[in-house]
Write a protein that binds this ligand. Structure first.
Ligand code: AMP
Ligand code: MG
Length: 490
């Protein structure tokens, strides 16, 4: 099922899967759509027609009002553990897959509307999204991409001209999301719950073909799939940790098997280093706190392995043994990825046994002195570390750590100049600081003013470059500016 429209290719491979996995569903038109944002570089990468942003047809398409003829919208079925409670049927309650676009390099991407009206999976919800969460996802997912983290992307954001009722009346909006796929751990849980070996096999083969084609050539393709997803998620979570990113709602339905960061809800970046940091207002026990992200990823991957058990071996005990071996490798893979990222942040190119101690003692110092994670590493990446020293209130601890670091650096085979350049490429000057995201949302929601939203998008396109114009966005929030709570807003 492939169609060439003007200059780009679309397919609908998901619709070839068993009918139990999705439901055809049309978006519900909105009253008065207006552009909030359109990501022209991404549209170009996908090979989409260049006219969308300038045309009413584009606006009506990304509002869900008048779909193009290449769209065949569907809502995907999935299950998931939400805060450890299994929900057998979640599914796209406010999202619709329009099509799969094949870009000029032959790579397949889902195009999905989020907030386009109710679906058979809405479970009483309105299928809509307020403006705030759409802006947050647009800003955060694009900033994460610029930071180099695997993530879904934001192609378009359109206001609906309608009110969405939550605790208060809020303006509504629709996001167009781009992803390598929307297959979640929860999708596998759903398929496994159907207890139909043929369907599970077909679905796993589909996921392998789409994301990990090399697995099909392995002697045990489904075991290889499990290992590939473990490796991908371990790498992504290690990347989050190295930047202070807190996803906030790592339910199994919000974990993509491609390893892309997905479902930006109450996510935020940590400022003062505190491993227990939680932003999400609904995460009362801190299940998804910063420091819990690696163990939670493993917990989620264990649910993935459970879903795959019937494919791993016909004897359940053998299947469990195989899954256990694969899951046991998570810590090694994660630790290696995390350590590599942290060493790069410190300008260390050659691993030594002292590295772990150097990283550990730095994190302890940062935790005790509540040092801003991002600013500290950026200041450490300057020729002169005086500004980094100034961030530490206990100068004795800093001096002792600094001496250890210098001694490590003296054993590296790169020049100081090379090290500074390398460090600035991994320690961002700019991250989406939560108070700025919140300020942009408040201005847009209350005054219809998109100027800060637009400025932040621009600023976060090049997070590793110092630009005088964006220096104001590099500072941590003052005590008055701090926003320590975030909401799903669903
Ligand atoms: P999330 O917290 O965004 O991961 O969503 C969890 C589940 O709730 C998914 O099945 C969503 O599709 C569904 N959901 C979230 N918000 C809404 C809404 N406004 N209307 C209908 N379903 C929703
Ligand atoms: Mg979700």
């Amino acid at each position: 099922m492939s169609a060439t429209t003007d200059s780009f290719n679309v397919e609908h491979s998901y619709q070839q899967l068993p009918a139990s996995l999705f439901t055809h569903c049309q978006p519900t038109p909105v009253a008065a759509p207006e552009w909030l944002a359109f990501n022209q570089p991404l549209a170009d990468e996908l090979g989409l027609p260049s006219t969308y942003h300038a045309s009413d047809a584009g606006l009506q398409l990304f509002a869900g009002n008048a779909l193009a003829d290449w769209c065949k919208p569907l809502a995907q079925a999935y299950a998931g553990h939400q805060f450890a409670n299994y929900v057998p049927r979640l599914g796209d309650g406010r999202a619709l897959l329009l099509a799969e676009v094949i870009n000029p390099q032959g790579q397949r991407y889902d195009l999905q509307l989020k907030g386009a009206g109710p679906t058979p999976f809405s479970r009483g919800g309105d299928g809509r999204s307020p403006l705030g969460p759409v802006m947050r996802e647009y800003l955060l997912s694009e900033a994460m991409h610029a930071l180099g983290v695997p993530t879904t992307r934001a192609l378009a954001a359109v206001s609906s001209g309608e009110i969405v009722l939550r605790d208060e009346s809020l303006p509504g909006a629709i996001l167009t999301r781009v992803a390598k796929s929307h297959i979640r751990i929860g999708t596998f849980q759903y398929v496994a719950s159907l207890a139909d070996q043929a369907q599970l096999t077909e679905f796993a083969d589909y996921a392998i073909a789409r994301h990990y084609p090399h697995c099909s050539k392995q002697p045990q393709p489904y075991r290889a799939l499990l290992e590939a997803v473990i490796a991908a998620q371990a790498a992504t979570v290690a990347h989050w940790m190295s930047l202070g990113f807190i996803h906030g709602v790592m339910n199994t339905d919000n974990m993509s098997i491609s390893g892309e960061t997905i479902d930006y809800g109450p996510c935020a970046f940590m400022e003062a280093y505190d491993e227990k940091t939680v932003f999400s207002a609904i995460d009362r026990r801190g299940r998804y706190a910063y420091c819990n992200q690696p163990p939670i990823a493993l917990w989620n991957l264990t649910r993935f392995a459970e879903a795959l058990l019937p494919l791993l071996h016909h004897a359940q005990s053998e299947a469990i043994a195989l899954a256990t071996v694969a899951l046991d490798k998570f810590s090694t893979v994660y630790d290696a990825a995390y350590r590599q990222r942290m060493m790069a942040k410190l300008g260390i190119t050659q691993a030594e046994k002292e590295d772990e101690q150097l990283i550990g003692s730095l994190l302890l110092l940062m935790q005790q002195q509540r040092v801003d994670f991002t600013l500290f590493f950026r200041q450490l990446s300057q020729e002169n570390c005086a500004a980094a020293a100034d961030l530490c209130s206990n100068s004795a601890d800093w001096k002792s750590w600094y001496a250890n670091w210098q001694s490590c650096l003296s054993r590296q085979a790169i020049t100081n100049e090379q090290r500074v350049i390398a460090m600035q490429q991994v320690n961002p000057a700019l991250i989406p600081r939560n108070h700025l995201v919140q300020q942009a949302i408040t201005q847009a929601t209350q005054q219809g003013d998109l100027s800060l939203f637009n400025q932040l998008q621009q600023a976060w396109l090049q997070p590793f470059v110092d630009k005088p114009a964006y220096q104001v966005f590099s500072h941590p929030a003052t005590a008055e500016q701090q926003v320590n709570r975030t909401f799903c807003g669903t």
